[in-house]
Structures are given as C-alpha cells and as structure tokens.
Ligand binder design. Sequence first.
Ligand code: FES
Length: 138
Amino acid sequence: MTTPLREARATRRMVFSGLGALGVAAALAGCAGDSGSAPTVTAGDELATASEVPVGGGIVLTDAKIVLTQPVAGEFKAFTAVCTHQGLTVTSVDAGTIRCSHHGSAYSADSGEVESGPAPSPLAEVAITVDGDRILAA
Ligand code: FES
C-alpha cells in the first residue's frame, strides 16, 4: 500500500545525490532550501527503498526533512536534514559527505558530525529500520 510519504518522495522535491544520480540532482537544482523544523515522520513510514540510496552517497527527503545515507554497502543511516547552521535543508550527499550548499557546511554521512563549514553541531541521527528492501522510520 502506498503511504502519503511514499507519494511525496516521488515529487520533484526529492533530491538525489551520489554516484549515478548526478543527472537527477542537476535536474532538480534550485528546489531545496526550505528552512524548517525537525523531521516529520511517524514510526513505520516508508522512507525509501534500499536501492534508491547509493553506496557512499545518499538522498535528501526534503518534505520529510531526513537525509538517508549508505556509508558502506548494506549499512543505512538517517539524520535530520535540517542544517544546524541556520536551519535550512541540506542539499546533497556525495563521497561520504552530507553537504549544505547554502553556506558550505559539510557533515559525515556516517556519523552526522561536522566536517567543515559554519555548522556548530552535528546532524541528529533519526531512528530507522530496514525491512527487506524497505527503509522505514522507527
Ligand atoms: S544553513 Fe546550512 S550551511 Fe548555513
């Protein structure tokens, strides 16, 4: 059954990044940047399928305000997509780094820790579970 969140994932507001999705990210340029609050998901919401999250990269779910990453094959992480600098939505994930292009903050895609830029604190981790190929909010 399709959930409202799953439907929202298919909109142009979903920003892909990582290997193999650069064309999608380019096509969607300019659609991120919402400021906002904490992630807006309920336990059990399907966030993505595992195959949608590139190894070494990730996807930014702008509506849900969650960034999903796969630092190494088969290991998935989720963090708030709300940048700790000024509360804008992070913009991409590539080469193991979550990036917020608004002012240049960068976070580890494995831990959410700040790697560079003006962000004062890490991205908070969001609990997820993986059920087969489905990544669900926990
Ligand atoms: S809001 Fe992300 S770097 Fe400023």
